[in-house]
Design a binder for this molecule. Structure first.
Ligand SMILES: [Zn+2]
Length: 466
């Protein structure tokens, strides 16, 4: 099966050019000048996709999703089937989700459980990081085995005491292991011990509304935890990746470490670029729709986060997609904000929302591709199979209409959740056509994918290590 994508503007991390893309079966075989002899010869008998007026970009890679994630007595509302389908609608063709080690168990049963949930259900390719919630000698030894098998990143939590939380000693021990096996340690950097005290004090004062979710998780406790994680990583020499960074202070800590040559990296998420603590303070219980951790911050951080994306202090945009329905799920916390399940539905909107940064001049077109696809692929061992349009790479290709307009709404989104955190937001740009390993998934506004198409991706280690 041959496919010719012609007439588009191909965008990669180094810029844009007019080029046609030649696809054979699941792979890209060549990029060629439009109208060149090789194109004419290839076109014979090939399926033709007209990309004129479109940006042609590598399929997005979202390295932070939580499908069917158990949290606070419920599960995130997107399954691997509905979540990967929604991702595809939004131009994402690879997710890296998080398998969870249960306390008292080994890593392996957790990984096997998540592999089983995903198997046969994904519309796009997928990989896994591993959440280590029980750091001990055995789980550290097991990390080595998983790295060899393609799980090359492990997430630890400085937040959520009693659930995922690791002590500084446990973090140090896991980092020592990562230093020797090449894995990247991903860190949820918030000081959970201090936060839990602030939460219980707030509740005892009768402060139960959603907005207190933000006031009990102040900026400083993210910046402090980020600095502490950086220090622990420096002591051990382990690569560190701060997930969902939200504040200027935390970003400055990462920038300083990077300036000193440390292997420290960070991502942010669209919700921190577009939403703020004001949304948590919406009338009545509406604010529950915006409860995620770290919390949405004061608006003034947003410009700094965009700057970080420009300067590479922030290397990646992921979504931390972890949707909970307003009815019956977010409502669990009606009388107590600390019982509102943490997480937002975002996987479908990452490419579109970051494209607004191109429209407003915050980031370049090339940088848009880099933070959404190329860097996540290189950071998490999927490059050059993913994250770039080049000969030999998987034909994960998105045609993007840069001049279309749309309004985000729960009535039109495809995520399995009953509200949108971006309801009514009018934006420019829209995904037009999505191909995963040579197979069309979205075509002319229709889903034409198949839930069994997505394959598990074993990953190599981080390419950015110095
Ligand atoms: Zn997460």
């Amino acid at each position: 099966m041959r496919t010719l994508i012609s007439g588009g503007t191909v965008v990669g991390p180094t810029g844009a050019q007019a080029a046609d893309i030649l696809v054979e079966d699941e792979r890209i075989v060549a990029l060629a000048a439009p109208g060149s002899q090789v194109v004419t010869a290839f076109a014979e008998g090939a399926r033709l996709i007209d990309a004129s007026g479109r940006l042609v970009v590598p399929g997005g890679i979202d390295v932070h999703t939580h499908m069917e994630m158990p949290f606070g007595g419920t599960y995130s509302s997107d399954t691997f089937e509905t979540g990967t389908r929604a991702a595809a609608w939004g131009g994402t063709t690879t997710i890296v989700d998080f398998a969870v080690q249960r306390k008292g168990e080994a890593l392996r049963p957790g990984l096997d459980a998540w592999l089983a949930k995903a198997e046969g259900n994904c519309a796009i390719d997928y990989g896994f990081h591993m959440i280590v919630s029980d750091v001990n000698e055995q789980s550290c030894q097991e990390m080595d085995v998983l790295v060899d098998e393609g799980v090359t990143s492990f997430k630890l939590f400085m937040a959520y005491p009693g659930v995922f939380y690791s002590t500084d000693g446990e973090i140090l021990r896991a980092m020592q292991q990562a230093r020797t096996n090449g894995a990247t340690i991903m860190m949820h950097a918030e000081n959970g011990i201090a936060i839990d005290l602030l939460v219980s004090q707030a509740l005892s004062r009768g402060e139960t509304a959603p907005r207190f979710h933000a006031s009990t998780r102040p900026d400083e406790l993210e910046a402090e935890a980020t600095s502490r994680a950086i220090a622990l990583a420096k002591v051990t020499g382990a690569p560190l990746y701060i997930v969902h960074l939200t504040t200027t202070g935390a970003m400055e800590a990462v920038a300083e470490a990077r300036g000193q040559g440390q292997n420290a990296f960070a991502e942010t998420c669209p919700q921190y670029l577009f939403l703020s603590a004001d949304d948590l303070a919406r009338e009545g219980f509406e604010g529950a729709k915006y409860v995620c951790s770290p919390p949405l911050r004061a608006r003034e951080h947003q410009a700094n986060l965009w700057r970080g994306l420009r300067t590479d202090d922030l290397s990646v945009v992921s979504t931390d997609h972890c949707p909970f329905c307003f009815k019956e799920q977010k409502e669990l916390g009606r009388e107590d904000f600390s019982k509102i399940p943490n997480g937002l539905p975002v996987v479908e909107h990452r490419i579109d929302l970051t494209y607004q940064g191109v429209v407003t001049g915050e980031i370049s077109l090339a940088r848009w591709v880099e933070v959404n696809a190329t860097t996540p692929a290189r950071m998490f061992g999927l490059y050059p199979r993913k994250g770039v349009l080049a000969p030999g790479s998987d034909a994960d290709i998105v045609l993007y209409d840069p001049s279309a307009t749309q309004t985000i709404s729960s009535t039109t989104h495809h995520m399995n959740v009953d509200y949108s955190a971006f309801e009514g937001l009018a934006i420019t740009g829209r995904v037009d056509t999505v191909m995963s390993r040579g197979r069309l998934v979205i075509e002319a506004g229709r889903y034409v994918g198949d839930k069994g198409h997505g394959r598990y991706l074993p990953r190599k280690t981080n390419e950015y290590l110095m």
